[in-house]
Design a protein around this ligand. Structure first.
Ligand code: SF4
Ligand code: SF4
Length: 511
C-alpha cells in the first residue's frame, strides 16, 4: 500500500501498557451472578424471551434484538433467571436499565447456540443474520450493533480492522491479536465477504510489533493452506499517536479520505470494525458461539495482579477486581475505559458490559487537582484537537449556556478524546463542559420531539372533530331540505333514501 496520512492534532502519550500487557489471556471463573442489561448499545433495547425461574444454558438467548439497530443478549453463565429488573449501569452514573439476572448453577463448558457455518458455503444473508443473532456489537467501546454496519448502502472498497489501541493502559486488543491472531484474520475474511470490499487493512500501532508479527504469520499461514488465491489482507503499522484508533482518524490515516462531519466511514467507501469484534464474528460463524464474554484489561497502579481476563458479560466489577488480586490502595478510583476517554465508576457494584474494554484502578491523588484558571485564548486546545474543532469556542458557549451556537461549532463531532483538556494551561475541564452541553442538547431535542408529537396529536384531534361537525351539519341540512319539500312533489331517488320515506309503488305492482 502507498503512504499513510497524518491526521490533525492528537498527542503522544506515555503508554503505561507494561503492567497488563505481557501475560496470557486469563479465563475468569464464572461469578455467582451476572447482570445482563437489555440495552448495552446505541439503538433499541433487546426484548426478554425468558421468565423468572427459567433455567438457561450458557449461550442461550435471553433477549432478542428489538429493532434493526439493536443487539440480542445471551446467557453468559449457565443457571437460573432470578430477576428481570432495573440495575444501575456503569455509565452515565445514576442511569438504570432493565437487566436479566442469572444465578449460576455450574455447567459452564458449552456456549454454542447455533450450528457452525462454513463461510464459503453460506450465503451473505445467512452470515449477516448469524452476526445479528450472536448479539455482536463494536467491542472497541462504541458498542454499535455490528450487523447494522454490514449492509452498507454504498460500494465499499476497504475493510479496516481496527487493532489500534491508543489509550494508555489498555491492552485487551493487543493481547487478543498476539494470542488469537487466526481468529482475527478468519473473522476479517467473513467480513470481507459481507461488505464485498476489495481489500482488508488490519491496522496496528507501531508500538505493538508482536501483535503485528502474529497477524502477519496468520495471514501467511492462511495463504499457505488455501488452494485458492486468498483475498488482499495487509497488516499496516500506524504511528503511535492518540487518538489514532478513532474511526475517523484511522480512516484518514489509512486512506487519506475524510469522513464528512456527522457522517460514517461507509460514505467514503470504508467499513471499520474493531479487532475484538472481528474475533467475535469468527466465533459466531465458525463455532456457532454468541457473544457471551470478552477480553477485559484490569490494570493501573491500584491493582495487585494486572492482566487481561476473558470475562463473562454481566460479571460484577467487584468479582473481576478480586480475580486480579484486589486493590492495593485503601482509597481507589475506578475508571471503566482508559484514562483519556473512560468514565469514572461510582461503585464496583456494577457490571462488565459488551463495550467494557478496561477497568483502570488508580490511587486517589495525594495532592489537590490544579486550580482552574480563566481561558487565556492561547489556542493550544485547537491545535491538539483531532477533529479540527475550536474547543475554546465550544467551552465559551457551553459555559454561557448559549447552546444554539454549539451546533455550528460542531459539538456533535467532538469525540471526547480529551486532547484539548490535557494541553490546556488553565486546567479547564473542557470535556466535562462538552458532555454537559451534549446532555442538555439531547434533553432539549427530546423535549422538542415530545412537544411536536403532542402538537401533531392535538392537530389530528381538532381535524377529526371538525370533520365530524361538518358531517353533522350536512346531515342536518339534508333533513331540513327533505322536510321543506312539498309531499306531492316527485322525490328524487336520493331524497327518498335520505328521508327514509316509503318507496313509491310501481304502477300495477303487487301489494
Ligand atoms: S487551551 Fe485552555 S486556555 Fe488555551 S484557548 Fe484553549 S481553553 Fe483557553
Ligand atoms: S475532546 Fe472534543 S474538542 Fe477536545 S480535542 Fe477531543 S474532539 Fe476536540
Amino acid at each position: 500500500m502507498k503512504g499513510l496520512w497524518r491526521f490533525p492534532g492528537g498527542l503522544r502519550l506515555a503508554g503505561a501498557k507494561g503492567s497488563s500487557g505481557d501475560g496470557p489471556i486469563l479465563p475468569l471463573a464464572p461469578p455467582p451472578r451476572v447482570y445482563l442489561p437489555l440495552r448495552q448499545h446505541v439503538g433499541a433495547p433487546a426484548r426478554p424471551v425468558v421468565e423468572v425461574g427459567q433455567a438457561v444454558a450458557r449461550g442461550e438467548l435471553v433477549a432478542e434484538a428489538g429493532a434493526f439497530v439493536s443487539a440480542a443478549v445471551h446467557a453468559s453463565i449457565a443457571g437460573r433467571v432470578v430477576e428481570i429488573g432495573d440495575h444501575e449501569l456503569p455509565h452515565p452514573p445514576g442511569v438504570a436499565e432493565t437487566c436479566v439476572v442469572i444465578a449460576g448453577e455450574g455447567g459452564e463448558e458449552e456456549a454454542r447456540a447455533e450450528v457452525p457455518l462454513d463461510p464459503d458455503e453460506a450465503t451473505v444473508e445467512t452470515l449477516r443474520e448469524r452476526v445479528r443473532a450472536a448479539g455482536i456489537v463494536g467491542l472497541g467501546g462504541a458498542a454499535f450493533p455490528s450487523a447494522a454496519k454490514l449492509k452498507p448502502s454504498r460500494p465499499i472498497h476497504t475493510l479496516v480492522i481496527n487493532g489500534v489501541e491508543c489509550e494508555p493502559y489498555i491492552t485487551c486488543d493487543d493481547a487478543l491479536m498476539r494470542h488469537r491472531p487466526e481468529a482475527v484474520i478468519r473473522g476479517a475474511l467473513v467480513l470481507l465477504r459481507l461488505v464485498a470490499a476489495e481489500r482488508c487493512l488490519v491496522a496496528v500501532e507501531d508500538n505493538k510489533p508482536a501483535a503485528a508479527a502474529a497477524l502477519r504469520e496468520a495471514v501467511a499461514a492462511l495463504a499457505a493452506r488455501s488452494p485458492e488465491p486468498v483475498p488482499d489482507i495487509a497488516v499496516v503499522e500506524v504511528p503511535t499517536r492518540f487518538p489514532a484508533g478513532g474511526e475517523k482518524q484511522l480512516v484518514w490515516t489509512l486512506t487519506g479520505r475524510a469522513v464528512p462531519r456527522g457522517g460514517l466511514p461507509y460514505e467514503v467507501g470504508v467499513v471499520c470494525l474493531n479487532a475484538g469484534t472481528t474475533a467475535a464474528v469468527d466465533a459466531a460463524v465458525h463455532d456457532g458461539r454468541p457473544l457471551v464474554s470478552r477480553v477485559v484489561t484490569v490494570t493501573g497502579p491500584g491493582i495487585r495482579r494486572p492482566g487481561n481476563f476473558e470475562v463473562p458479560l454481566g460479571t460484577p466489577v467487584r468479582h473481576l477486581l478480586e480475580a486480579a488480586g484486589g486493590t492495593t490502595a485503601k482509597a481507589v478510583e475506578l475508571v471503566m475505559g482508559g484514562p483519556m476517554m473512560g468514565r469514572r465508576l461510582e461503585t464496583a457494584d456494577t457490571m462488565v458490559v459488551k463495550g467494557t474494554n478496561c477497568i483502570l484502578v488508580t490511587p486517589r491523588p495525594d495532592i489537590a487537582p490544579p486550580r482552574v484558571m480563566p481561558c487565556i485564548r492561547c489556542g493550544r486546545c485547537a491545535a491538539a484537537c483531532p477533529m479540527n474543532l475550536l474547543p475554546q469556542q465550544l467551552y465559551w458557549h457551553a459555559r454561557g449556556r448559549t447552546f444554539d451556537k454549539l451546533e455550528p461549532y460542531g459539538l456533535k463531532d467532538c469525540i471526547e478524546c480529551g486532547c484539548c483538556a490535557v494541553v490546556c494551561p488553565s486546567h479547564i475541564p473542557l470535556v466535562s463542559f462538552f458532555r454537559y452541553a451534549k446532555t442538555e442538547l439531547a434533553d432539549r431535542e427530546r423535549r422538542r420531539h415530545r412537544a411536536e408529537e403532542s402538537r401533531a396529536r392535538t392537530d389530528a384531534r381538532n381535524a377529526r372533530l371538525e370533520q365530524q361537525r361538518q358531517e353533522r351539519e350536512a346531515r342536518k341540512a339534508a333533513r331540513k331540505a327533505a322536510r321543506a319539500r312539498p309531499r306531492s312533489a316527485p322525490a328524487s331517488d336520493e331524497a327518498v333514501e335520505d328521508t327514509d320515506a316509503a318507496p313509491p309503488r310501481a304502477a300495477g305492482g303487487a301489494s
